[in-house]
Design a protein around this ligand. Sequence first.
Ligand code: 5GP
Ligand code: MG
Ligand code: MG
Length: 190
Amino acid sequence: RPKVMRVDAKDMGADLQQVLITKEEIDAKLAELAAKIDAEYAGKDLLIVGVLKGAVMVMADLARALSTPVTMDWMAVSSYGAGTQSSGVVRILKDLDTDIKGKHVLIVEDIIDSGLTLSWLINNLGSREPASLKVCTLLRKPDAAKVAIDVEWVGFDIPNEFVVGYGLDYAEKYRNLPFVGTLAPHVYGG
Ligand code: 5GP
Ligand code: MG
Ligand code: MG
């Protein structure tokens, strides 16, 4: 499903192979998810927790698409190094600023790949006794799942390929692309 690339302005066009999900498709999907999330949390106080750094874009855009008043907090965990392989090791680099006990918490993720990071995070935040704990992710790779996770809201199921853009990096680059795409093999030294 090749898409027209509008990447020349950001000077990263030569590094990209294909656009998988356009900015327009992301915007439409987030509006759709926001309506469902609004319905779920009507009349409740909602804390959305973004997982740094990948979820920055989806947090910013989802939060503005919601009608529900929210508070926002951030966590940083490390599961990957600079490469594309999961280490399976999760470490807290930055914890939440707030106590989530008794709060309705929605974890906002960029992507669920093996699911190892999120599964760990659900256990960790779950042990802090929130009133409820649910997950919204923009992307999910069903073929890469190593653990089964109940995810309430999923934007797009994608093939088991390494993607960048819209918050997602390769060696800290490409996060500011407004769409999700795949990288050309030469970027990996292939
Ligand atoms: P998991 O633990 O589910 O395997 O992966 C968790 C994290 O790995 C994601 O939050 C993301 O930071 C990174 N990751 C997984 N798949 C991809 C991918 O296709 N592209 C990029 N850029 N990061 C990924
Ligand atoms: Mg993430
Ligand atoms: Mg990364």
